[in-house]
Design a protein around this ligand. Structure first.
Ligand SMILES: *Cc1c(COP(=O)(O)O)cnc(C)c1O
Length: 405
């Protein structure tokens, strides 16, 4: 637990010379820590069999387990979501076409992933209600060059899956979901994993399931699953028969051991996440200038991340807010900001006017959460926000003074 550092005056803020609230930083990555004994127990199996990688026993069991959890026929494990997404796009995109439609306001490196497929990211606007790709806006970016629709779920709740599937059907363009942020959740009561042609997930330590690094694809398409598995391992169908241009994106056994232990812990993790979410929800009720993005109560949710909107009535700018909280050791993050179309990329991208994305990209914040954050930390983060609201005039003056000196 951190030392309590009560703020009375603006000079008590760490940004202006006061004592930091958190001596050890509180960030936003999940960093779940499964039981080490469980990780070691699983590890014995591959270690004794001397099967360290190349589809060893734990990876195979993990694929079966994940397919069952997602309610799909097939799961193909990868070294990370990056190559899972590249491989899926390459396998499904329409031959001879050159563009991929995706939102700009999403995971900051998603366009990089797409550029490795050789397709050009064509950014579309998002729905301001869901902060997600939506058929109404996506269709404006669809043309005769569109090879694939890539629809990422937002951090809180889902994109309009049914609407996106309808758009895919109407246009004949294959649809893939980046479901990293909706892992182990439901849509209209059905587990995420079986929608579109395929869905991609990450097991990076910052995500819901910690496999150190790792990723996987779920699908009900057997031919696709087979193709993905070939490409993942150099394109080998058997010892000396190569059937596709492959790469090396295999998941290894020790990562699979970690992932198994993380799955064992998942029901408990969700309960812990839910406690943090409810702590934020009740404390933020007194702060009308900040709106917590609430999780759908009628779907299964994992409550991993805490996203808030700074409303127009919030008296400080977002960058001032971030600046003050960072100085206190609270590593809050702007939500998917800057959006990808405003960043300098090493490759070409296409976009129309994305003013809504640009407006939204300035309004949201991820607050500290994950396994290293406890309810006392949450109280302190909200206390800081309350203090900032109450002293905004002096804070702005202090910022202006700092700029002058
Ligand atoms: C983290 C993330 C990825 C990439 O996952 P890696 O396993 O780190 O390659 C892709 N999409 C989204 C939405 C993510 O959050």
């Amino acid at each position: 637990m951190s030392t309590v550092s009560q703020k009375y005056r603006v000079q008590d803020l760490a940004r202006f010379g006061g004592t930091k609230t958190f001596d050890r930083v509180r960030g936003t990555p999940n960093l779940v820590r499964p039981d080490i004994e469980k990780v070691l127990n699983y590890s014995h199996e591959f270690f004794e069999a001397r099967r360290y990688t190349n589809g060893g026993p734990l990876v195979r069991k993990l694929e079966a387990r994940l397919a069952l959890l997602h309610g799909v026929k097939h799961c193909v494990a990868f070294s990370n979501a990056f190559w899972a997404i590249v491989t899926t796009i390459r396998s499904l995109s329409i031959d001879g076409r050159t563009e991929l439609v995706m939102p700009s306001l999403t995971y900051r490196r998603l366009a990089d992933i797409v550029s490795w497929t050789g397709l050009t990211p064509h950014f579309c606007e998002v729905n301001p209600e869901t902060l997600a790709m939506d058929p109404k806006f996506a269709i404006k970016a669809v043309n005769e060059r569109t090879a694939l629709l890539l629809s990422p779920h937002p951090i809180v709740n889902n994109c309009d899956i049914a609407g996106m599937e309808e758009l895919s059907q109407q246009t004949g363009i294959p649809l893939v979901f980046d479901s990293v942020e909706s892992a182990m959740e439901t849509y209209r009561g059905k587990m995420i994993g079986g929608f579109g042609r395929a869905e991609c997930f990450s097991m990076h330590s910052s995500k819901l399931l910690n496999g150190f690094e790792g990723g996987y694809v779920t699908t009900n398409d057997g031919a696709l699953a087979e193709q993905l598995a070939y490409i993942r391992g150099f394109g080998f169908a058997d010892e000396d028969k190569v059937v596709a241009l492959g790469l090396n994106a295999k998941l290894n056994e020790v990562h699979a051991a970690m992932a198994h232990a993380a799955i064992d812990d998942l029901p408990d993790q969700i309960e812990r996440n839910k406690k943090r979410y409810h702590a934020y929800r009740s404390l933020l009720e007194n702060l009308r200038e900040i709106r917590l993005l609430e999780f759908d109560a009628d779907e299964r949710r994992c409550f991993k991340s805490i996203v808030v909107e700074l409303l127009d009535s919030w008296p400080l700018s977002r960058s001032e807010t971030i600046d003050l909280l960072h100085a206190e050791g609270a590593l809050v993050r702007p939500y998917y900001s800057p959006p990808q179309h405003l960043k300098k990329m090493a490759y070409a991208t296409i976009c129309e006017d994305l003013h809504e994305t640009e407006r939204l990209a300035e309004r949201f914040l991820l607050l500290p959460c994950g396994e290293h954050v406890d309810e006392e930390d949450i109280r302190q983060v909200v206390d800081l926000l309350v203090f900032m609201r109450g002293h905004s005039t002096e804070i702005r003056a202090a910022f202006a003074g700092g700029a002058r000196s």
